[in-house]
Design a protein around this ligand. Sequence first.
Ligand SMILES: [Zn+2]
Length: 334
Amino acid sequence: MGFMDIHSEAVVVDTHCDTLKCLLPEFTRNRDSMWEDRSGLGMCARSELGHVDAHRLMEGGVDCQVFAVSSERSRTPSHPLRTALMMIERFHRECEACDVLTPVTCSGEILEAKRMGKVAGLLSIEGADVIEGRIEMLGVYRRLGVRMVGLVHSLRNQLADGVTDRRTGGGLSELGVQAVEELDRLSMIIDVSHINDEGFWDVLDLTENPVIASHSNSRAVCLHPRNMTDEMILALAENGGVMGMNFAPSFVHPEKATLKRVVDHVDHIVDLVGPDHVGLGSDFDGIPSNPAGLEDVTKMPGITRELVEREYGEADIKKILGGNHIRLMKDVIG
Ligand SMILES: [Zn+2]
């Protein structure tokens, strides 16, 4: 079977993009913003700007794209809750406007969207700053369609420490512990990308569900604090979790990031824990430049081609492209 046939048959899932930030002036109109303003353009029209829109997701054969909602104090004005709600509203409006994009909240709806020839959009929160200190807000976000939550973004917040705050080094706060318990109770997926190592171990001790590292790579392959040590990957596998391969050049290779170097991370993780715990989490529209061969989401089939060339079996390729993420979703959110 050719790589394109495998790619089309697979349920392809990408567990992280920052596209919603390109659609909100709160992000694009900051003086030092890295996001090109696509607020007037939206996601329906095929664009050359940025990395992701509805048409390019179809072209790239992506069946489910997770859209991050985030609002960190260093990057946005001081209204995290309002900013998050505006992002969620914009996501739902885009789904109403684009024939091919449909909002989903469980794995069954992703499979149904694929059958209908549509792209499923799932909401995640990147950094629970957006609950503004109230655990009850997690339930509110769930009602609005969010099914995945990262406790912290780059910087320390009320729940946990992000890896970019290098001097803090703390585990979860009391509120962070309560958030893990509440996310388990609400059957929402916990995302451990961005949390520091101490927080990662706390989350794994506390949660009863498999966790996702939606956009994190291997630290043994590329030394970066946003990537995961072998010890962490072993624990993630033991927990039944899945990690999505991030295309940010600095997480892929210290000198020259390419599509092949991304697949080197897959090789390492599969060697370490087998093929059941790795997937895709591009970070498209959130990365300052791209690995050669992964210029935007239309290039996703290149990953499949490379896996075929490295003689992965068809079943394992399908797991890596999205089967593992679907298994985790089915376990946690249904
Ligand atoms: Zn991120």
